[in-house]
Design a protein around this ligand. Structure first.
Ligand SMILES: Nc1ncnc2c1ncn2[C@@H]1O[C@H](COP(=O)(O)OP(=O)(O)OP(=O)(O)O)[C@@H](O)[C@H]1O
Ligand SMILES: [Mg+2]
Length: 411
């Protein structure tokens, strides 16, 4: 059986996957030290042993892994906005004000009524609607579908800003008789931002929103709902053992990337918590520095919950990041095993391994590492077997016009 970790002399090291993974594994090392290659090599090892792996691919580097099923967010897969909680929608739309949050809750309800009770498209007009009628429709929703057209959320929010007339003709049996223009104006910046976001073609593709224009071939590609994909995959209805969720299409948008990652990890945990399946699933996450939650949000973040609660559902995390100091201490403290590739800075080294490692770590070649397994005291010097799968990360080299090396100018 092929091993993915050797001693420096090429002898295979028998790593017990339970010891390596079941208390989560942190991989660190400076750029080019071998983190992504190690993740690939580990993914190949998991495949050889017929274990399930889910790779969240930040940069599209894992696309060549054989026998994996790949979904690319924003291309052939989406995270349907209408399936997300109002809290998450509020985060996506950057709604901080509590008034807007309340209007968002109301807008979701209205759009659900419009689609499932009224069987209409567009926004739901609430002006001059009797409270009794509205209430009946809300009740009816309990027995109807719950999908809705999330692309209309910003427009619907304006419909929620209604109030009674200001004179004696006010009828308090109605939801409202006129728009509250002053309030709409007060929140217009946020509403407008949401309007623009929801009509942006890229956002529409990422969040599975219906759109009425642009019909290029690429747009016609079948879209898969990632939450459904995760459900199917965790329920082992796939013949593949490795699932790759490629989120490289949104890599330039840090905020959305963080949100999407957070939602997906929480969903995965939720799906597993509800299922009786307990076969181990390894979640591999490269370039984690891109997704680190803000300090105030750590305890409620998907990654923290996965690290804290995943084990009891057989969810194990392998996370790689350049510097261990990228991670808040609460997250760093959750890893039982550590594989440190080349690291130069002593404060980075001290944060994960004993001081003795300070000498060794800066000298390591690519793919070499100090491996400290759960419940073992001393780290072992190892070499990760290069993955069979190619991944194109070699940095471009400078081409020199002459053979001479560059000379600095002497004064
Ligand atoms: N186990 C290995 N055996 C042999 N060569 C390796 C090994 N791991 C990495 N390398 C070499 O080092 C190069 C860089 O590795 P890799 O892309 O995995 O680094 P990285 O730590 O992910 O870097 P970055 O932080 O920039 O993404 C690889 O292209 C490969 O040439
Ligand atoms: Mg890498």
């Amino acid at each position: 059986m092929a091993q993915f970790i050797q001693t420096k002399h090429g002898k295979p090291v028998l790593v017990n996957l339970n010891q390596l993974l079941s208390h989560h594994l942190l991989i660190t090392g400076m750029t080019g030290s071998g983190k992504s290659s190690t993740l690939l090599s580990l993914a190949e090892q998991l495949q050889r042993e017929n274990h399930i792996g889910i790779i969240f691919d930040a940069t599209g580097e894992f696309n060549h892994l054989h026998d994996a099923i790949i979904y690319k967010l924003g291309v052939n897969a989406n995270l349907p906005l209408s399936q997300l909680s109002v809290d998450n929608i509020a985060r996506i739309l950057s709604f901080d004000a509590s008034t807007l949050y309340k209007k968002l809750v109301a807008a979701v309800q209205s759009l659900k009524i419009n689609q499932n009770i009224m069987h209409q498209s567009g926004t739901y007009i609430k002006i001059n609607q009797e409270l009794i009628t509205y209430n009946k429709r809300v009740q009816a929703l309990r027995y109807a579908g719950s999908d809705y057209d999330a692309s209309k959320l910003a427009d619907q929010i304006t419909e929620e800003f209604i109030q009674p007339l200001e004179n004696s003709t006010a009828n308090f049996n109605f939801l409202g008789q006129q728009y509250n223009h002053a309030e709409i104006q007060k929140y217009w910046d946020d509403i407008l931002h949401a309007k623009l976001l929801l009509s942006n073609r890229h956002t529409q593709k990422v969040f599975g929103l219906p759109h009425s224009f642009a019909n290029s071939n690429q747009d016609n590609e079948t879209q898969f709902d990632l939450i459904y994909v995760l459900k199917l995959f965790s329920g082992m209805k796939s013949r593949h053992r490795t699932l790759i969720i490629d989120i490289s299409d949104i890599q330039d948008d840090t905020k959305t990337s963080q949100l999407v990652m957070d939602i997906l990890l929480k969903q995965l945990l939720f799906i597993r918590a509800k299922s009786n399946l307990r076969l181990p699933v390894t979640v591999l996450l490269d370039e984690y520095h891109r997704y680190v939650p803000k300090n105030a949000e750590v305890m409620d973040s998907g990654v923290f919950k996965l690290l804290r609660e995943g084990r009891k559902y057989g969810l194990y995390a392998v996370l790689s990041t350049q510097s261990p100091l990228d991670l808040p201490t609460q997250i760093r403290g959750q890893f039982g095993s550590v594989l440190a590739h080349r690291l130069q800075d002593s404060s980075e080294i001290d944060s994960i391994l004993a001081k003795q490692s300070r000498k060794k770590l800066p000298q390591l070649a690519n793919g070499d590492g100090l491996l400290k397994l759960y419940e073992s005291k001393k780290p072992k010097l190892v070499h990760v077997v290069a993955p069979e799968t190619q991944h194109d990360t070699d940095s471009p080299r400078f081409l020199m016009a002459s053979q001479d090396d560059f000379h600095f100018i002497n004064q």
